[in-house]
Write a protein that binds this ligand. Structure first.
Ligand SMILES: CC(=O)SCCNC(=O)CCNC(=O)[C@H](O)C(C)(C)COP(=O)(O)OP(=O)(O)OC[C@H]1O[C@@H](n2cnc3c(N)ncnc32)[C@H](O)[C@@H]1OP(=O)(O)O
Ligand SMILES: O=C(O)CCC(=O)C(=O)O
Ligand SMILES: [Zn+2]
Length: 422
């Protein structure tokens, strides 16, 4: 279907029905449960395409590209934009300063190791906030930086005090949180909270956490710290979006994303997929806060910058995300799009497409196409021409033009017959 039947709003029968007018959103079982701890309807996004995303295998962002991406993310309405550490290279340092000088609405963060030298470089760049990170699992303590929890705590408190003294936001995050000792973690978070951090960060660095593990850890942490809680989920086991949702339900306040999920290995929670999830959970909040119609453009910009295609099954913008094919689906979609769509594509400035070119096409979809083409036929005639389309589709894949040709020829034959009868 995909090769010969590419969605094109002008080509196939497009149902203009809108979800809002045909379904009562208040009746959705997927929406926000209003418990007091959940932040699903008031979360913030820390967009890390220009930090975590730069760790994606294909990524090379020159200054101009970074500026374009930062501006596009700002237009989209993300709350924060996180940049690569300025100690990474001289150009990273310059780019960090340049982006801080753009005057964007989004706050600019940079992500550095939890030590004084890195923090000083970060502050020098003029960022709004510094995201401090250090591994707390025994793996990272032993094989990465070699520091004990006591030293981590002592250093963290010094660095936090310094960043705060510069009037800059500060966050402390424990890399590899889920493989860290819970007592170590809570002791550290409590200490940095008391030291006045704006946020603590919980990171599933290796992508092994499940939504239930996330809920339990964040719920526990929520009872220990009073500051905001940022969360960061890798997608190695396919749970990054679900984990983000679970974190918000448990009281996390901020979610890290990157466009198309790009990042180290197979990346993190994708911005678009998170929007898809959250627009279903908390439609009013998401629609009013984010410029959802700009999503496709942001994704295309980043996809082109890192030389990848948008995956076919990407939520929202995958080429067939709003394509309906089977006859049973098509009939119901034409009557009411909510039957087989959880998200109205119009919210993202997109249209749905109904495929009419296969052996599984039904006569209701063909009737809609005939109406669109202005070909008048009785129901029995539509059924007869549908059978002809199926006959042909049994032999080879059809393009929309093939189906339309069958419809036009059949209609011409009908007209000839009618003329003969007169
Ligand atoms: C899970 C994550 O994604 S965390 C963020 C990852 N981001 C980055 O790595 C930013 C890009 N990195 C870089 O440009 C470089 O790694 C730099 C500039 C940070 C450091 O480069 P180098 O000095 O050449 O060290 P290298 O990369 O080989 O090793 C990392 C060093 O940081 C130390 N380190 C690692 N994490 C931390 C931390 N959180 N706090 C302090 N030191 C740390 C390691 O012990 C190691 O130190 P060493 O020089 O004594 O061996
Ligand atoms: O700083 C953080 O919270 C996350 C760092 C990171 O990229 C990770 O742990 O995967
Ligand atoms: Zn990461």
């Amino acid at each position: 279907m995909c090769g010969t039947d590419a969605p094109d709003a002008a080509a196939g029968p497009v149902s203009n029905g809108s979800h809002a007018s045909k379904a009562n959103p208040a009746s959705s079982p997927y929406q926000n449960v209003n418990d007091f701890i959940s932040n699903v309807a008031r979360f913030k996004i820390i967009e890390s395409t220009l930090r975590e995303g730069e760790q994606f295998a294909n990524a090379f962002f020159d200054t101009e590209t970074k500026i374009k991406i930062a501006k596009a993310l700002d237009e989209f309405g993300v709350d924060y934009i996180e940049l690569t550490s300025p100690v990474s290279s001289p150009q990273s340092y310059e780019d960090c300063k340049t982006i801080c000088g753009l005057g964007l609405k989004a706050k600019i963060l940079t992500h550095v190791r939890c030590n004084m030298e890195d923090a000083k470089k970060a502050v020098e760049c003029g960022v709004d906030g510094v995201d401090l990170v250090i591994g707390t699992s025994s793996f990272l303590q032993k094989y990465s930086h070699g520091k004990s929890i006591a030293i981590i705590k002592e250093t963290a408190l010094e660095v936090i005090q310094y960043v705060k003294s510069q009037g800059v936001e500060v966050r402390f995050s424990s890399e590899d949180s889920f493989r860290s000792d819970l007592v170590d973690l809570l002791t550290l978070y409590k200490a940095v909270d008391q030291a006045g951090v704006n946020r603590v960060g919980v990171a599933d660095t290796v992508g092994g956490a499940t939504p239930r593990m996330v809920y339990d850890l964040i719920r526990t942490l929520r009872g220990v710290v009073s500051c905001d809680i940022e969360t960061h989920f890798h997608d190695d086991t396919g749970c990054a979006v679900a984990n983000a949702h679970s974190a918000l339900e448990a009281g996390a306040t901020h979610i890290d994303t990157s466009v198309l999920g790009i990042g180290e290995r197979n990346g993190i929670t994708p911005l678009g997929a998170l929007m898809a999830r959250m627009v279903v959970t908390a439609p009013d909040y998401v629609i009013n806060k984010y410029n959802l119609k700009a999503l496709k453009e942001v994704e295309e910009l980043v996809a082109s910058a890192v030389q990848i295609n948008i995956p076919f099954n990407n939520p929202i913008t995958g080429f067939c995300a709003f394509t309906h094919k089977a006859g049973i689906h098509a009939k119901a979609i034409l009557a009411n799009p909510s039957t087989y769509e959880i998200i109205d594509p119009a919210i993202f400035g997109l249209t749905r497409y109904i495929s009419i070119n296969s052996r599984i096409t039904g006569w209701n979809a063909i009737r809609a196409r005939c109406e669109q083409l202005g070909l008048k036929m009785t129901d029995d005639e539509v059924k007869e021409v549908t059978a002809k389309i199926k006959q042909m589709a049994d032999i080879r894949p059809l393009a929309i033009d093939d189906t339309d040709s069958i419809l036009h020829s059949y209609h011409i034959e009908l007209q000839k017959k009618q003329a003969q009868q007169v």
